[in-house]
Design a binder for this molecule. Structure first.
Ligand SMILES: [Zn+2]
Length: 331
């Protein structure tokens, strides 16, 4: 292992640790409800903020999966509803859910500084309450590099055919869905391949140089692993396959839903082992790596989308859902 590969592996390990650390905590009561809130009060640009809210009440609990009990917003973001998740402590009679989770992405362009997180409590039988919580953003440097495309890749990149646009619409529809019952895994996610050599990082500013010399700049929204053709590609977490098809630019592609609004995407596969609608366990086989679509060689592109925005996949390898340590192995 060369020294910079060692440094890279060490940095990756630090990133994973950081993703699960630095949780803010707050206990409060609202009406008859006792509430405990945990969130990551420090975040890198390109990561996400997740808030876990545990609520209990004396006597009979009457919460159901359909109840909106709280809403989360960050900065000027429109906000999202909390969704119920298993608490990992077993459920008390009459209360199917006592824990709720919500997460929002932080843009790669977010500058260092403070953001305000707002949690609006809407518990039944209690007054509405707005909690404002501080979040410190650490700005991250993203690299920039030029990628030369041959004629075939240039054609794929500049393809505006109805078929390509329909593929794009299908993908956007898939990752835009927020199904409150789509809760499959809240414990840390795993890497999708045994090959850990990263060939391009999340958030890189890419300048594509076309065959005719023209250029186009875009952001690399996933992490690329230098997996040789035929390497097993495994689901980073339990979930449901919501898209599995050949796409012009990303080749054989799979999208898996893990939590409401949270999806993992796998691109450039050589072949698929799953179909749409199938449920998969964590590390279940999705297919084999390849170089289909726009690729200069075999690799796996792993991407995560939260409420349609790309988030650094490494963030989800930590305890992002703020499970108590003894519960981090639960699904
Ligand atoms: Zn990629």
């Amino acid at each position: 292992m060369k020294w910079f590969d060692k440094l890279r592996a060490f940095t990756a390990a630090l990133l994973v640790l950081a993703a699960g650390a630095a949780a803010g905590e707050m206990d409060f009561t609202q009406g008859d409800w006792a509430c405990a809130l945990r969130y990551n009060d420090t975040v890198d640009s390109g990561d996400a903020v997740f808030v876990r809210l545990a609520v209990t009440r004396q006597g009979t609990l009457s919460l159901s999966a359909a109840s909106t009990i709280a809403r989360l917003s960050l900065g000027s973001d429109a906000g999202v509803d909390f969704y119920p998740v298993p608490s990992g402590k077993g459920t008390s009679p009459g209360a199917a859910y006592t824990d709720f989770l919500a997460g929002l992405p932080v843009s790669t362009r977010q500058k260092a500084g403070d953001l305000t997180l707002t949690v609006t409590i809407l518990l039944p039988g209690a007054d509405k309450k707005n909690l404002t919580l501080p979040v410190t953003v650490r700005a991250k440097e993203f690299l920039s590099f030029t990628l030369k495309l041959d004629q075939a890749n240039t054609d794929r990149m500049t393809d505006n055919s109805p078929a390509r646009i329909a593929q794009s619409d299908r993908l956007n529809r898939a990752v835009s869905a927020t199904n409150p019952r789509g809760v499959y895994q809240q414990s840390p996610f795993a890497l999708p391949t045994g090959i850990t050599r990263i060939t391009d990082r999340f958030g890189t500013r890419r300048v594509y140089q076309y065959a005719d010399g023209k250029t186009n700049t875009s952001v690399h929204w996933g992490t690329d692993y230098g997996a040789p053709k035929g390497t097993p590609v495994r689901s980073c977490a339990a979930g449901r396959v919501v898209l599995a098809e050949m796409r012009n630019q990303t080749g054989w592609s799979v999208i898996v839903e893990h939590l409401p609004g949270l999806y993992s995407l796998y691109y450039h596969l050589d072949s698929l082992a799953v179909e749409e609608g199938m449920t998969v366990r964590q590390s279940g086989l999705l297919g084999y790596s390849g170089a289909t679509g726009i690729a200069t060689g075999p690799h796996l592109h792993w991407e995560m989308r939260l409420n349609t925005q790309a988030v650094n996949p490494a963030f989800f390898c930590g305890n992002f859902a703020h499970l108590e340590p003894k519960n981090t192995n639960q699904e």
